[in-house]
Design a protein around this ligand. Structure first.
Ligand code: HEC
Ligand code: HEC
Ligand code: HEC
Ligand code: HEC
Ligand code: HEC
Ligand code: HEC
Ligand code: HEC
Ligand code: HEC
Ligand code: HEC
Ligand code: HEC
Ligand code: HEC
Length: 458
C-alpha cells in the first residue's frame, strides 16, 4: 500500500512538520475509528480497544496520512484483527454469491466474490461500505454507499467539477463495477491509461449521453488522432489520454480560467509532455504575445486542434494548416496565394512546396526584424537553402509575399500587373466587339440570302 511508508528522521526523532501532521492524524484516526466502531457495532469496550490499538499503531509507525485513506486502510487491518468481528464477506456471500439472485424489482443483486476479493477493496468487509447493514435480515434498501467516507480528496474534487451532479456521475460512472475496482496502474481498472478514453467515451461519444447536454462528441475524433492511435494501437502509456489534459476528478470547463484546457494554460498542459516545443513556442512571437495578454495569439490547439491532432508530416496536416495561419494573417495568406509556391501547392495538392512554417518555422516564429528570425535578411539563405540547394543572396531577393496590388511596396510588380490587366481587358474588349459585329453581319447576310431565295420562288 503506497501510503504505508515510514519516513524515519536520521536521529530517529520526529521533525516539527511531521509533529503537526501527527496530531491532526491522531484526530483523523479517532474519527476513522469512530466510523469503524459504528460499522463494527461493537460495544463501548471494543471501541475503546480499537481506538487505543489505532493510537498504538500510529505511535509505532508514524504513517504519513493521505486524508481519509488511513481510516480505510486501518479499517481493513483492524477489522481482520479485532475480536468480535462484524459480518464477514463470507456471511454476505452466503446469499449474494448466488448468480441468479435478484431483488424484488428484478435487478440483479449477485456479487462475484472472487472478483471482489481480487479487487483493491478485497480486504474490506462488505459493511465497511454498506455501513447500515448490521445484521439479518437487513433492510431491503440499504442506504447508498458513500465512497467519500474513505476518499475525501477525490469526492471533494468531484463536487467542484463539471461532473458534480452525484446522481448522474456517481464514482462508479467512471470506476465501473463497485465490487471490482482496481488501482489505476492495474490493466483491469477502468481508469488504467489505456482504458480511460473508453471510460470517458461511454458518455462523450456519438452514442453517449453528452450530446444531450449540447457537448460535441469528442471520442471518435480522439481515437483517430495521433494520441488515440499511439495509446490504443501502439499501447504507448505515455501518450495523452483524456485524463492527461483534463485531469480526473477536478475536470473544469475550458471557459474556466483555472482549467488546464483554458486558452492561456494550454501550452503548459501540452508542455508537460512536449517540453522542448513549449520552450520554443514561448520564445516565439506567438508565445510572447500570449504572455502579454493578447488572446488573439494562437496556442497549440489553434494550429493542432485538441482532439483531432494529426501527425504534422501527414499531407492532410500540411494542406490544412496553411489556411489556419492564414485565418489570422489574411493579408499574408492572400499574397502567398499569388506566389509560385502556393500555385504549386494547389496543383493536384503538391505537398512538398513551401508552406508558411517552412519559412517562418512552426513554434519559434519571429518577426523579420529579429536577428534570430528565420526570415531575417541574414538567415534567408539558410532558410530557402533547405529546399533550394545553392540559394544565394541574389536568389533570396525573391519576395515570397510580393503584393502586386500595392504600388508603394512593389511598384515594379504593380505596374506589370496593371499593364497585363490593361492588355487583357483591351484584347478582350476588342474580341467581344469583333464577335458581336461578326454575328450581326452573318445574320444580315443570311437574311439577305433568304430574301433572294424567297424572291425566286415567288
Ligand atoms: C439471508 C440472505 C442474505 C444475507 C446473509 C445478506 N443479504 Fe443482502 N439481500 C438479501 C435479499 C433477499 C435482498 C433483496 C431485498 C429486496 O427484496 O429488495 C438483499 C439486498 C441487499 C442489498 C440491496 C440491493 C438493492 O437492490 O438495493 C444490499 C446492498 C445487500 N443486500 C447487501 C448485503 C450485505 C453487505 C450483506 C452482508 C453484511 C448481506 N446483504 C447479507 C439477502 C441477504
Ligand atoms: C468499496 C465499497 C463496497 C464494498 C466493499 C462492497 N460494496 Fe456492495 N456496493 C457498493 C456500491 C457503490 C454499490 C452500488 C449501489 C450503491 O451505491 O449503494 C453496491 C451494491 C451492492 C449490492 C446491490 C446490487 C447492485 O449491484 O446494485 C449488493 C447486493 C452488494 N453491493 C453486496 C455487497 C457484498 C455482498 C459485499 C461484500 C462481498 C459488498 N457489497 C462490498 C460498494 C461496495
Ligand atoms: C469522471 C470520471 C471519474 C469519476 C466520476 C470519479 N473518478 Fe476516480 N479516477 C478517475 C480517473 C481517470 C483516475 C485515474 C487518475 C490518474 O491516472 O491519475 C481516477 C483515480 C481515482 C483514485 C486513485 C487516485 C490516486 O491518485 O491514486 C481514487 C481513490 C478514486 N479515483 C476515487 C474516486 C471516488 C471516491 C470517486 C467518487 C467520489 C471517483 N473516483 C469518481 C476518474 C473518475
Ligand atoms: C471503507 C473505506 C473505503 C470505502 C468506503 C471505499 N474505499 Fe476505495 N479504497 C479503500 C482503501 C483502503 C484502498 C486502498 C488504498 C491503497 O492501497 O492505496 C482503496 C483504493 C481505492 C482505489 C484505488 C486507488 C489507486 O491506488 O489507484 C479506487 C479507485 C477506489 N478505492 C475507489 C473507491 C470507490 C469508487 C468507492 C465507492 C464505491 C470506494 N473506493 C469506497 C477504502 C475504501
Ligand atoms: C456518466 C457519463 C460521463 C462520463 C463517464 C464522463 N463524462 Fe464528462 N460530462 C458528462 C456530462 C453529462 C457533462 C455535462 C455536464 C453539465 O454541463 O452539466 C460532461 C462534461 C464534461 C466536460 C466539460 C465540457 C464543457 O466545456 O462544459 C469535460 C471536459 C468532460 N466532461 C470530460 C470528461 C472526461 C475527461 C471524462 C473521463 C475521465 C468524462 N468526462 C467522463 C458526462 C460524462
Ligand atoms: C491533448 C489534450 C487533450 C486530450 C487528450 C483530450 N482533450 Fe478534451 N479538450 C482539450 C482542450 C484543450 C479542450 C478545450 C476546447 C478546445 O480547445 O477545443 C478540450 C475540450 C473538451 C470538451 C469540451 C468541448 C467543448 O467545446 O466544450 C470535452 C467534453 C472533452 N474535451 C472531452 C474529452 C474526452 C472525453 C477525451 C478523451 C477521449 C479528451 N477530451 C481528450 C484537450 C484534450
Ligand atoms: C501525456 C503526455 C502528452 C500530452 C499531455 C500531450 N501529448 Fe502530444 N504526444 C504525446 C506522445 C507520447 C506522442 C507521440 C506519439 C507517437 O509518435 O506515436 C505525441 C504526439 C503528438 C503529435 C504528433 C508528433 C509527431 O511527430 O508525429 C502532436 C502534433 C502532438 N502530440 C500535439 C500535442 C498537443 C497540441 C497537445 C496539447 C493539446 C499534446 N500533444 C499533449 C504525448 C503527449
Ligand atoms: C502557429 C501554429 C502552431 C502552434 C501555436 C503550435 N504548433 Fe506545433 N506545429 C505546427 C506546425 C505547422 C508543425 C509542423 C512543423 C513541420 O512539419 O516542420 C508543428 C509540429 C508540431 C509537433 C511535431 C514535432 C515537431 O517538432 O515538428 C508537435 C509535437 C507539436 N507541433 C506540438 C505543439 C505544442 C505542444 C504546441 C504548444 C506549446 C504547439 N505545437 C504549438 C504549428 C503550430
Ligand atoms: C489565432 C491567430 C493566429 C494564428 C493561427 C497564427 N498567428 Fe501569427 N500572429 C498572431 C498574432 C496575434 C501575432 C502577434 C502580432 C503582434 O503582436 O505584433 C502574430 C505574429 C506573427 C508573426 C510576426 C510578424 C507580425 O506580423 O507581427 C509572424 C511571422 C507570424 N505570426 C506567422 C505565423 C505563421 C507562420 C502561422 C502558422 C504556422 C501563424 N502566424 C498563425 C496570430 C496568429
Ligand atoms: C517561401 C517562404 C515563405 C512562405 C512560404 C511564407 N512566408 Fe511569410 N514571409 C517570408 C519572408 C521572407 C518575409 C519577410 C519579407 C516580406 O515581408 O515579404 C515574410 C513575412 C511575413 C509576415 C510579416 C513578418 C514581419 O515581421 O513583418 C507574416 C505575418 C507572414 N510572412 C506570414 C506568412 C503566412 C501566414 C504564410 C502562409 C500563408 C507565409 N508567411 C508564407 C517568407 C515566407
Ligand atoms: C519547403 C521547401 C521550400 C522552401 C523552404 C522554399 N522553397 Fe521555393 N520552391 C520550392 C519548390 C518545391 C519549388 C518548385 C520546384 C522548383 O522549381 O524547384 C519552389 C519554387 C521557387 C521559385 C520559382 C522556381 C525557381 O526555382 O526559380 C522561387 C523563385 C522560389 N521557390 C523562391 C524561394 C525563396 C526566396 C525561398 C526562401 C524565402 C524559398 N523559395 C523557400 C520549395 C521551397
Amino acid at each position: 500500500m503506497q501510503w504505508l511508508s515510514f519516513p524515519e528522521g536520521e536521529n530517529g526523532t520526529m521533525e516539527e512538520a511531521s509533529r503537526t501532521q501527527a496530531s491532526s492524524t491522531a484526530r483523523l484516526l479517532r474519527r476513522a475509528t469512530g466510523v469503524l466502531g459504528h460499522a463494527l457495532r461493537g460495544s463501548r469496550d471494543e471501541l475503546g480497544l480499537v481506538e487505543s490499538a489505532a493510537n498504538w499503531l500510529w505511535r509505532r509507525v508514524r504513517v504519513p496520512v493521505r486524508t481519509g485513506m488511513l481510516g480505510a486502510g486501518l479499517a481493513a487491518f483492524l477489522l481482520a484483527a479485532a475480536p468480535g468481528k462484524a459480518r464477514a464477506a463470507t456471511d454476505c456471500l452466503a446469499c449474494h454469491a448466488d448468480k441468479s439472485m435478484t431483488d424484488a424489482s428484478g435487478h440483479s443483486i449477485a456479487v462475484d466474490g472472487q472478483k471482489f476479493s481480487a479487487s483493491i477493496h478485497g480486504s474490506l468487509q462488505c459493511n465497511s461500505c454498506h455501513t447500515d447493514i448490521k445484521g439479518y435480515p437487513h433492510p431491503d434498501h440499504p442506504a447508498p454507499v458513500q465512497c467519500r467516507t474513505c476518499h475525501v480528496d477525490e469526492a471533494t474534487a468531484l463536487t467542484g467539477s463539471v461532473h458534480a451532479d452525484g446522481k448522474e456521475h456517481p464514482c462508479t460512472s467512471c470506476h465501473g463495477d463497485p465490487h471490482a475496482i482496481f488501482p489505476k496502474t492495474d490493466a483491469r481498472s477502468a481508469v488504467y491509461p489505456l482504458n480511460v478514453p473508453r471510460t470517458c467515451g461511454n458518455c462523450h461519444s456519438n452514442d453517449g449521453m453528452a450530446k444531450k447536454h449540447g457537448l460535441p462528441s469528442v471520442y471518435p475524433s480522439y481515437m483517430d488522432s495521433i494520441h488515440g492511435y499511439a495509446l490504443t494501437e501502439e499501447g504507448l502509456l505515455v501518450a495523452a489520454n483524456c485524463q492527461s489534459c483534463h485531469g480526473s476528478h477536478n475536470i473544469l470547463s475550458h471557459k474556466d480560467p483555472s482549467s488546464p484546457t483554458y486558452k492561456t494554460n494550454i501550452p503548459k498542459t501540452c508542455g508537460n509532455c512536449h517540453a522542448k516545443i513549449d520552450t520554443e513556442y514561448e520564445a516565439g512571437i506567438h508565445g510572447k504575445a500570449l504572455a502579454s495578454g493578447d488572446l488573439k495569439a494562437p496556442v497549440c490547439t489553434d494550429c493542432h486542434t485538441a482532439h483531432a491532432i494529426l501527425q504534422p508530416t501527414e499531407a492532410a496536416f500540411r494542406m490544412q494548416s496553411t489556411p489556419i495561419c492564414g485565418s489570422c494573417h489574411s493579408d499574408k495568406f492572400t499574397t502567398y496565394r499569388d506566389t509560385f509556391h502556393s500555385q504549386l501547392g494547389l496543383l493536384g495538392g503538391y505537398v512538398e512546396t513551401a508552406r508558411c512554417w517552412d519559412c517562418h518555422r512552426a513554434h519559434d516564429v519571429l518577426p523579420a526584424t529579429d536577428p534570430h528570425s528565420s526570415i531575417s535578411k541574414a538567415n534567408l539563405v539558410t532558410t530557402c537553402g533547405h529546399c533550394h540547394a545553392g540559394a544565394n543572396a541574389s536568389f533570396v531577393q525573391y519576395e515570397p509575399h510580393a503584393n502586386s496590388r500595392d504600388l508603394k511596396l512593389n511598384p515594379g510588380l504593380y505596374l506589370v500587373r496593371l499593364f497585363m490587366n490593361l492588355l487583357l481587358i483591351s484584347v478582350l474588349t476588342f474580341f467581344v466587339i469583333h464577335t458581336i459585329m461578326w454575328l450581326i453581319r452573318s445574320r444580315y447576310e443570311q437574311v439577305k440570302k433568304n430574301g433572294a431565295n424567297g424572291g425566286n420562288h415567288a
